[in-house]
Design a protein around this ligand. Structure first.
Ligand SMILES: Nc1ncnc2c1ncn2[C@@H]1O[C@H](COP(=O)(O)OP(=O)(O)OP(=O)(O)O)[C@@H](O)[C@H]1O
Ligand SMILES: [Mg+2]
Length: 210
């Protein structure tokens, strides 16, 4: 059991708090934040039958990393998604262990941060298109391609998805059919990335442009 009491998260999302691993500087621990845990605890039994606990997302991500790693085995270069490694029990409930991607000053900058800071240039756009191509090629099932869910890994010279991926349906249709994972990714780009980034999307060529 890892005691996180008194520690400050290094980052926060809408539902997860992200902590530096107290013993391993290469790892992060993601836990469901207090507000969401309280919301989960207050849900009715009927509601639970309809929709699983939010922390199921931890397993969905680990499963997606496994499937993608298997598909990419033998290929050079890192996976286009964060290596979610396993589960740990913490003082804030079940946590997910994952690799920590660093930037020049602390955690790696997100795509959103690069855009806000005016650091998203033509070279970065090429890298973003390479990243998107890898997601299609490796059939990563992406639900939420928000610019804050994509970080820049400067060491590996590539963008990496840190959140918003995994299989969530009872029947894993997106894992079975490339057409289904492709359509899901098309949708995530059109509905989540394009409106929040201001980039243009050519659905035929599957390329982004300024
Ligand atoms: N492995 C990682 N390496 C570096 N930074 C990370 C990593 N994972 C998450 N982050 C940072 O923490 C932030 C929040 O993490 P994450 O997106 O997993 O939380 P969330 O609550 O699920 O997000 P959302 O608000 O999209 O629901 C990210 O936007 C990113 O800046
Ligand atoms: Mg996020």
């Amino acid at each position: 059991m890892i005691d996180l009491t008194g520690l400050e998260p290094v980052a926060r999302g809408a539902v997860r708090d992200i902590y530096a691993h107290p013993q391993d500087s290469g790892l992060l621990i993601k836990v469901i934040n207090l507000a969401r845990r309280q919301h989960e605890a207050a849900r009715s039994r009927y509601d639970r039958l309809r929709k699983p606990d939010f922390s199921d997302v931890f397993l969905q991500e680990i499963d997606m990393v496994y499937r993608t790693g298997r598909r990419a085995s033998g290929q050079a270069g890192r996976l286009p998604l964060v290596e979610a490694l396993g589960l740990v029990m913490t003082s804030s409930g079940v946590g997910q262990l994952c690799e920590r991607i660093d930037g020049p000053d602390g955690l790696a900058p997100t795509l959103g941060a690069l855009m806000r800071d005016g650091r998203f240039d033509a070279a970065a756009l090429d890298k973003l298109n390479d990243f998107i191509s890898r997601l299609y090629e490796l059939r990563v099932v992406v639900r939420d391609l928000h610019p804050e869910n994509v970080v820049w890994d400067e060491r590996e010279d590539t963008f990496v998805l840190v959140d918003g991926f995994g299989l969530w349906t009872l029947v894993p249709i997106h894992a079975w059919l490339k057409l289904a994972s492709d359509r899901q990714l098309d949708h995530a780009i059109r509905e989540k990335l394009v409106p929040r980034s201001g980039l243009k999307w050519d659905g035929g060529q599957r390329r982004l442009s300024m």
